[in-house]
Write a protein that binds this ligand. Structure first.
Ligand code: ZN
Length: 244
């Protein structure tokens, strides 16, 4: 089984199209998403249409909850809240229900998915320290769990079963065959925040336990123009070019 893993697409259709094109030669069995399909970006309807057309298997992110009306965006920044409200108005009732009913976590063959953490997926906690990742690693039923939320590509590895020692890895090519558990963030398709503006995605091969992170350039100027035309805060276009 070979998966492509997409993180935080955020209604950036230009980036999503570039990633889907780049994925073709990999001939993956399934495309997975760790959520936040919409929010921030100017193309929520077109993005959901592409996600559903491609049969992408996704969990629900906090922006998906806010944009579907399931969650009030009380803890969002001003611009994120404004776009969540704008997105709600753009989506049809059927699309909002579809988003609101995505699962919070999923256990698949060889890996699990959650938006922020696998333990307490409803709380959308950030993983910024090794300690933040421990409970997720202890609870996943398979070797690997993919998460998003921070938009920063990184892996937390537990080399041996029962070991308290965890390590971060920012390698873009991980051989996990001698790793007990791994929590992996594939970065963000639609709003990278690691100062590399290229869209990110991961490829995970369950049989060989190999994970690779890929980056793909896309037409950021075109996407910035879409942001401006949608009338959502232009700062959201500017950050795309910086990867922050
Ligand atoms: Zn996000």
């Amino acid at each position: 089984m070979r998966y492509a893993v997409l993180g935080d697409i955020h209604a950036n259709l230009t980036a999503l199209e570039a990633v889907l094109e780049e994925l073709k030669p990999f001939e993956v069995d399934e495309i997975l998403s760790v959520g936040d399909l919409v929010g921030y970006g100017p193309s929520p309807r077109e993005t959901l249409e592409r996600v559903r057309e491609e049969g992408i298997v996704s969990v629900r992110g906090n922006h998906d909850e806010a944009c579907s009306g399931r969650l009030e965006p009380l803890f969002f920044s001003d611009s994120a809240r404004r776009v969540a409200e704008w997105t709600r108005g753009e989506l049809t009732g059927e699309e909002r229900r579809w988003l609101a009913n995505l699962p919070l976590s999923l256990d698949l063959e060889g890996c699990s998915l959650a938006h922020a953490t696998y333990d307490y997926p409803r709380e959308f906690r950030r993983i910024t320290t090794l300690r933040d990742a421990r409970a997720s690693l202890e609870q996943i039923p398979s070797q690997v769990c993919f998460v998003g939320h921070t938009h920063v590509p990184v892996a937390v590895l537990q080399r041996e079963a029962g070991s308290r020692e965890l390590t971060f890895s920012v390698s873009s090519d991980l051989d996990l065959s001698s790793t007990h558990r791994a929590l992996i963030n594939p970065g963000s398709v639609g709003q990278p925040r690691d100062e590399d503006p290229r869209a990110a995605f991961g490829i995970f091969d369950v049989e060989t336990s190999r994970y690779q992170l890929h980056r793909v350039s896309y037409d950021i100027a075109q996407e910035a123009e879409r942001v401006r035309r949608a009338g959502i805060p232009s700062f959201l276009a500017e950050r795309l070019a910086l990867g922050v």
